[in-house]
Design a protein around this ligand. Sequence first.
Ligand code: AOF
Ligand code: ZN
Length: 369
Amino acid sequence: MERHEADMRRALELAERGWGRVSPNPLVGAVVRSSAGDMVGEGWHEGPGTPHAEAVALAQAGADARGATVVSTLEPCNRFGRTPPCTTALIDAGVARVIVGATDPDLGDGTPGIAELRGAGVEVVTGVLGAECRELNEAFERHVLTGRPFVILKAASSLDGKTAAADGSSRWITSDEARADVQRLRAWSDAVVVGSGTVITDDPSLTVRDRRYADARPPRRVVVDSTGRIGARARVFDGPAPTLVATTDRTPHDRLSAWEEAGAEVVIIDRDDAGRVSVPGLLDALGKRDVQGMLVEGGARLAWALVDGGHVDRFVLYLAPKVIGGEHAPGMVAGAGFIPVDAAIRLAFERVERIGPDLKVVARVHGHR
Ligand code: AOF
Ligand code: ZN
């Protein structure tokens, strides 16, 4: 079992090489350990249309795959997609055993990939480093099961929870190191989402500029603008990354055409009771466009709409060792807030890390209200 765990760790490392490249497919890594105990194959999935991790690892192992143990972070697929089924490849190669980290919800009920291997006499061990393997593809799993994205709310704030000073200035609260970490989060995302206020005050480009992700696909930039406040000259319309504006029928037609002329996809979404873009409508529209992982980068009103509706799955907060203060300086979540304090949503801290001079705090939403 320990050997399997160590091999699964390696498979997880390999899977990570696909970071920012594989969506709408999952991140998958696999290794082959021969019957003599040697590592004879390693593979990872590089993205849609390219071979699956198991197929790559098996090809590397060649004849040594006979009688071997294959360790894969994800249940091997048993059907033709853009590539042939991994179960067939494993059975044909004559492997003795397959160690599976997480099951693949996209294969349907009853873990058919595992069932097929067992039916062919291959021993299957499941759940090795299961939690880690599953976490790697949380967004994929969410999207497969619900058609909606997994939502991460990110903020950079001072220690007293301010995301800007009272005059709106916010550059740069956190360090270069923290901002580099945000690049990794953006690369993970299929959509980087902001409200119109953030575009007006910060004019962000919302792109991945980090060279580590130079050949990753650029995440879609999404602006939620219910009434047509942002002009078509904002930076989110520049550059090669696609842009989508989510709005309502309250926006004048000339504004809609200006956004379209700037190259954006414009999507009219139902209004909520207050006349704003309905959050469930937004999640459905993005899910339909294969957005599995969604990163919300501000502002505080959009954050509240998502939090209030119970749509945020994880908070990632970068905390700078600074105090900004000010009654009118914004925090990460505005809106009406939960009243009284007992009504606050409960989270569980998942991780706390030092990043340069800052702290990164990651918290998972426990259950919805
Ligand atoms: C695996 N190993 O490395 C991956 C799997 O259209 P395709 O051929 O790329 O297949 C995509 C589906 O296959 C995807 O939705 C997921 O269920 C599975 N991904 N499976 O055995 C892999 N990437
Ligand atoms: Zn496969």
